[in-house]
Design a protein around this ligand. Structure first.
Ligand code: THU
Length: 131
């Protein structure tokens, strides 16, 4: 699976975004170990704090279908800047996806790839529990 195919899926997923408060549309496409793609978009809520980001939507969709191993996630928005996941999504990616490629795009479709540990160094995880 090439990066541009995954990015294109994230751009398509952005069309379903529901951001009536921020008007910031985001799409994500998550690639499983066996090359299946699960997409997500941001879904905002009138109580703001219950908003779900595109990345978490995609990850929870995939996990609820039984997927557990992932290789990459692409993220798309309409911003001229490269979009990187928020802090909450970095923790979720770290916990559930491990050390994957996080493909951060800008509105022109250019991208930068980061590893999970670059965006969330020294992460808390299941290794820290039950000691
Ligand atoms: N958002 C995402 O969906 N993913 C990101 O990586 C950054 C932010 C959403 C949350 C909210 O609906 C809107 O973008 C503005 O923060």
């Amino acid at each position: 699976m090439d990066n541009n195919t995954l990015i294109q899926k994230a751009v398509e997923a952005k069309k379903n975004a529901h951001p009536p408060y921020s008007n910031f549309h985001v799409g994500a496409a998550l690639l499983t170990e066996d090359d299946k793609i699960y997409t997500g978009c941001n879904v905002e809520n009138s109580t703001f704090g219950l908003t779900l980001c595109a990345e978490r939507t995609a990850i929870f969709k995939a996990m609820s279908e039984g997927e557990r191993k992932f290789k990459a996630i692409a993220i798309a928005s309409d911003s001229p800047d490269y979009i990187t996941p928020c802090g909450a999504c970095r923790q979720i990616i770290s916990d559930h996806c491990g050390e994957i490629d996080i493909i951060c795009t800008n509105a022109k479709g250019e991208y930068k790839i980061f590893k999970t540990s670059e965006l969330l160094p020294h992460a808390f995880g299941d290794k820290d529990l039950n000691k």
